[in-house]
Write a protein that binds this ligand. Structure first.
Ligand code: NAD
Length: 305
């Protein structure tokens, strides 16, 4: 029997097509909660992004076998209620790994070569060659905090640029790091010896403000900090002070404590590259977010037969 799938948030057409190859698929976007509760009992699987709230009520009245969240995070799904009903929950955090890793390298080069300022200057009709002398990645030491999916992809790209890569992650070993052509380093040593430090950890109780005033003060003078992971990992006020006083050379920030920020703390600084949470914003990552989840759902139903 072909499974029945309900999709209630927009996912990429190619993912919908793929779902139709093994299941009967209905689409209904912006579905009101009451209607979802009524409709859900006819389906084996539900696919959402972040808009649909898959509440305890929805779950309890359903006959679902699996819920797929296209993208990172499961905040809009009551996972506990799903677990109690033995409903599998899958998502696709791996979909944006390459997009984030490429943005790390791209933003770093933008900062170090002052591309954003040079571009702006030319658009204003100027030709200021001597103002925009920059620096290279080659030969610099990159410290990666969090050596999971994204951290590892960043390491591969940094190695290709001829950087020395050191990593800290509590769950990896010295050998693990070495296999990826990296050196394992404890976090304090990594901060003291890196020219660039990039964060690739989740935001948890343990990692909140993992980079605060004290750790910023350990960083090399003129080092660069990159946060394309989560707002809340860095104490923004302490970072602002370090950048304002040129204690640090610069920062790349894609994520903020408050999004969108009511007041953009960093906007008067020259030594930053700021982006509005664009880490996963590529066509490829958007396609992957849907197709990876659909693939997981297909495998789930295959394993049930
Ligand atoms: P992952 O789970 O594969 O890797 C995270 C790693 O962090 C794990 O290896 C874990 O052991 C490590 N870690 C946990 N606590 C740590 C600590 N205290 N110190 C050092 N390491 C620690 O996750 P990922 O897919 O690599 O994603 C990393 C981060 O990037 C996540 O926070 C994710 O939310 C964020 N992200 C941001 C965007 C964006 O749009 N900017 C997009 C995707 C992911």
């Amino acid at each position: 029997m072909r499974p029945k799938i309900l999709i209630t948030d927009k996912i990429h057409d190619s993912a919908i097509e793929e779902a139709r190859s093994f299941a009967d698929v209905d689409l209904e976007f912006d579905i009101p909660p009451d209607r979802l509760i009524k409709k859900i009992r006819d389906y084996d699987a539900l696919i959402v992004r972040s808009s649909t709230k898959v509440t305890k009520d929805v779950i309890e009245r359903s006959n679902l076998k699996i819920i797929g969240r296209a993208g990172v995070g499961l905040d809009n799904i009551d996972v506990e209620a799903a677990c109690k009903k033995n409903i599998e929950v899958v998502n696709s955090p791996e979909a944006s790994t390459i997009a984030v890793a490429e943005l790390v390298i791209g933003s770093l080069i933008t900062l170090l070569r002052k591309i954003h300022h040079a571009h702006h200057s030319m658009r204003e009709g100027r030709w200021e060659r001597s103002r925009f002398t920059g620096n290279e990645l080659f030969g610099k030491t990159l410290g990666i905090i969090g050596f999971g999916r994204i951290g590892r992809e960043v390491a591969d790209r940094a190695n290709a640029f001829g950087m020395n890569v050191q990593v800290y992650d509590p769950v990896i070993t010295v050998e693990d790091a070495r296999e990826s052509n990296c050196r394992f380093s404890e976090i304090e040593d990594l901060l003291k010896t890196s020219d660039i430090v990039t964060l690739h950890v989740p935001l948890t109780k343990e990692t909140k403000n993992i980079i605060g005033q004290k750790r910023l003060s350990l960083m090399k003078p003129y080092a660069v900090l990159v946060n394309i992971a989560r707002g809340g990992l860095v104490d923004e006020k302490a970072l602002y002070d370090a950048l304002k006083n040129n204690r640090l050379r610069g920062a790349v920030l894609d994520v903020f404590e408050e999004e969108p920020p009511k007041v953009q703390l960093f906007r008067d600084l020259e030594n930053v590259v700021l982006t509005p949470h664009l880490g996963a914003s590529t066509d490829e990552a958007q396609i992957n977010a849907g197709t990876v989840v659909v693939e997981k759902i297909r495998n789930f139903f295959r394993s049930q037969n």
